[in-house]
Design a protein around this ligand. Structure first.
Ligand code: PMP
Length: 409
């Protein structure tokens, strides 16, 4: 028995994918040309799976902020903020986000993943109970695993089910309820009814934590996210987010309407025991927050493109997992078909995400598209044409898949 034997079933799945084509979870681009174009070998690829919602990765101001940060402060911070101290830009970014969200406290972290690990494990102690949406992202689940708190899952996007479970829980002796949801869910692109979750959570004296990783910058009159879009931002207890999507950088934040959140800087292990975000990441994100605040035109284009793509795919009878949003997930019958089609799309110049269990809701196999404000009408037509051709080539594609799988047996 070797250490690796437990991965035999996974290896079988990976081998199947490799017989069909590329390793979809390990694609290598030879060049990233701009926010919507990459290159693999000699082939230019239209990028439709980057989460680069506002297309700011090549924005002049964000790029020059990052370059200046390297010139001014070097390439790395070489330690945590607790051990090495903060750079003034860490604090500037926290102030900018706190001000944007209208909250008294905001802490920035080195990645979005660490944000949820840190904040959830810091907020929930042994006597608290975490109520988490059934489709919660891996870093929310992992955050709950770092605490002694018990965890209860409620049905996805279902405030009534949360209500039932809070009622069943009853009084939490010596502790509190922390309810964790997301604004827009990353796989299906569906949206939480935040006002209803707030009503239920607060009725039971609990706290509501929303991960707006995919929605900060994208929704709301000033881009604060779904809570702002639904007019309830001032009632939300905690908002977390990432710099790796709309903010075109790497890092994350958690903001709170409770000023006492500041004390958690002294307890959150994924904040205290890891190096702080680099000057270039922080300064790029700081420049991007300004773009978010003034990003109506970006959000308007993003919405138009999302409607265009959703409508076109629906007309072709593709099964879509939610209403139009910057994430459009096309449900496929199984993992092998999805993998085959994913390969076909990339060979035909379009990159989307192949999303398969266990990272997907309902054990679904998805061709997941994420759109950018930098996409043009023509780009969406290119994606639609690729999906139309994919449909037309279905017979040949499936025959090809069967023979590839057979030949490798
Ligand atoms: N929350 C959600 C909902 C996510 O989808 C992700 C990553 N895609 C994260 C948090 C983590 O963010 P990051 O990749 O910036 O670490």
């Amino acid at each position: 028995m070797s250490l690796f034997d437990k991965y035999a079933p996974l290896k079988t799945r990976v081998d199947m994918m490799m017989k069909i084509g590329k390793d979809a979870l390990g694609v290598q681009f030879d060049d990233i040309i701009d926010a919507t174009r990459g290159r693999i070998g000699n082939r230019e690829i239209l990028l439709a799976g980057t989460n680069n919602y506002l297309g700011l990765t090549f924005d002049e101001d964000c790029m020059s902020a990052a370059k200046k940060a390297v010139d001014d402060h070097g390439t790395g911070t070489t330690g945590s903020r607790v051990a090495n101290g903060s750079y003034s830009e860490h604090v500037d970014l926290e102030k900018a986000l706190a001000e944007h969200l209208g909250m008294p406290s905001c802490v920035v972290f080195t990645t979005g993943y660490q944000t949820n690990l840190a904040a959830i494990s810091g907020l929930a102690g042994d006597k608290d109970v975490i109520f988490m949406d059934a489709d919660a992202h891996a870093c929310i689940i992992d955050g709950t695993r770092l605490t002694g708190a018990s965890t209860i899952r409620f049905r996805h996007n279902n405030p009534e089910d949360l209500d039932k479970r809070l009622k069943r829980q009853g009084e939490i002796e010596g502790g509190n309820a922390l309810v964790v949801i997301e604004g827009m869910y990353s796989m299906f692109g569906d949206i939480a009814p935040i006002d209803e979750f707030l009503d239920v959570t607060h009725r039971y004296g609990g706290y509501l934590y929303i991960d707006e990783a995919h929605s900060y910058g994208v929704f709301g009159p000033t881009g604060c996210g779904i809570a702002e879009d639904q007019g309830v931002l001032d009632r939300v207890d905690f908002i977390s987010g990432t710099f790796s999507k709309s903010l075109a950088s790497v890092g994350g934040f958690c903001a709170s309407r409770h000023a006492e959140f500041e004390i958690l800087r002294k307890v959150m292990r994924p904040y205290m025991f890891t190096a702080s975000a680099t000057p270039s990441n922080i300064c790029a994100a700081l420049a991007a927050v300004e773009k978010v605040k003034q990003g109506d035109h970006l959000r308007a284009n993003l919405n138009i493109r999302a409607e265009q793509l959703h409508k076109g795919l629906a007309e072709m009878q593709y099964e879509l997992c939610a209403e139009a949003s910057p994430v459009i997930a096309v449900r496929r019958p199984n993992e092998a078909v999805a993998a085959m089609e994913w390969n076909w799309l990339i060979e035909n110049g379009v990159y989307v995400n192949l999303a398969v269990p266990p990272g997907t809701p309902q054990s679904s196999s998805l061709l997941r598209i994420s759109l950018s404000a930098a996409h043009t009408e023509e780009d969406i037509n290119t994606i639609l044409k690729a999906f139309a051709d994919l449909k037309d080539n279905q017979g040949a594609l499936m025959a090809g898949m069967a023979s590839k799988l057979q030949a490798a047996e």
